[in-house]
Design a protein around this ligand. Sequence first.
Ligand code: NAD
Length: 487
Amino acid sequence: MSLVVYQNYVHGQSLSNDTGETFEVINPATGEVSYLVEVADEKIQQAAIESAKTGFAIWSKMTPMERSRILLKAVTILRERNDELAVIEVQDTGKPWQEASEVDVVTGADSIEFFAGLAPSIEGNQQQVGDDFYYTRREPLGICAGIGAWNYPLQIACWKSAPALACGNVMIFKPSEETPRGALNLAEVFTQAGAPDGVFNVVQGDGRVGAWLTTHEDIAKVSFTGEVGTGKKVMAAAAGSLKQVTMELGGKSPLIIFNDADVDNAVSAAMLGNFYTQGEVCTNGTRVFVQQDIYPSFIEKLLERTQKNIVCGDPMDPATNFGALISKDHQAKVLEYIEIGKEEGAHLLTGGQALRPENAPNGFFVAPTIFTQCTDEMTLSKEEIFGPVMSVLTFTDEDEVIRRANDTRLGLAAGVFTQDITRAHRVIHQLEAGICWINAYGASPAEMPVGGYKMSGIGRENGSETLKAYTQIKAVYVGMQPLESPF
Ligand code: NAD
């Protein structure tokens, strides 16, 4: 049977490449090649830039209200197509339908709706200076590039394009080569909603196409989501033409559970923060610090619920709540970390092996895995694994846990569970992380700005904060008097 071939999306339509070069995309739950995608060759790259320039000339001249209406139309279409788009996310990522149908399209659409609402409120100011005055204009940057990771393909494309387009920019987006369809679908939605051609183009390929975006002189900004190591390369390349950057990178986030915490909620947080999307979430609370008195009941409940409530299998089965990892390579990497954990002396409480569920025997599954007796020095506690591997550590007092929680170069997220309201805020204020939760974990509404401290990122996504990152200020001085001059 011949496979479907997807093309790049340029100027409101699919565009075939000249070289005929394609890459394969594998369904992580079956291990089979699902379809092929054409690589963005030189023809596509040039066309994407020319198209973006044309699109920018039209889009940036539209009134914010007009842009807002088109973006809101896109939101309506995304919501109408929720189930169909969610299936594609399941097939490409291996995550459960249970999640994708409730979260991925919904949270992507929410972000576009949020920024569509803000678009008409973008304004400058005016100030008198003697008889003269100046005023400011918040102008778009121009052509922005978006480069995405594979864990939330459609949502990432929405989160990047929403503020960019709301501010009058256009975007050329490169999805991860492992999950190329979410962004293609979004491009179609924008076109259906009435966005002019060239406002959102999609180029396909691996890091080479990404690298091209980061060096092209006509691109004003790069918003990147991915690993810290790749983020460094992107930022270094962007420096060549002094592009602005937004960096959404990895984490090794602490989840701190004090003795007085509601133990059931704390267990829910630890499971959500390690096993949701089978552990492939950047904000995961993978270092679970548990205070000594609550430790026995916490571990007992955690083990019971992990062994009883996780349903691993075909992600399209509505009962499945735990899916397949993105690729065979990633599965091998996660299993290797588990071996290292055992060798370094952590206690394997549960999991630790690949799974072959009956209804998806060839998928890339790894069992939900919990290590206890972890120490700060272990590889498990230091490196981002990006899989379903939880490291549990114990602590005795507040100062100690804050110090240990901050003892990392990463700073994406953090969570605290306690009933003591003063302690909750006191501790959170001392944690070096950009996304924090008190008695909650993982929620990320469009209104809330998210991004990392330290090596977990630069800039924010979502929240009104982000508008500043997609506009530049033009100051205009207006002389009201004859110009004085010594010449
Ligand atoms: P990755 O860094 O391997 O790839 C990300 C993207 O960069 C892909 O599209 C890839 O093709 C592209 N790329 C690779 N080399 C490039 C180069 N030299 N120049 C430009 N682009 C290049 O990351 P991944 O494996 O796709 O995603 C997992 C990582 O993403 C994890 O570290 C995770 O924590 C992080 N992540 C962060 C957030 C966040 O918001 N902070 C969200 C999701 C994922």
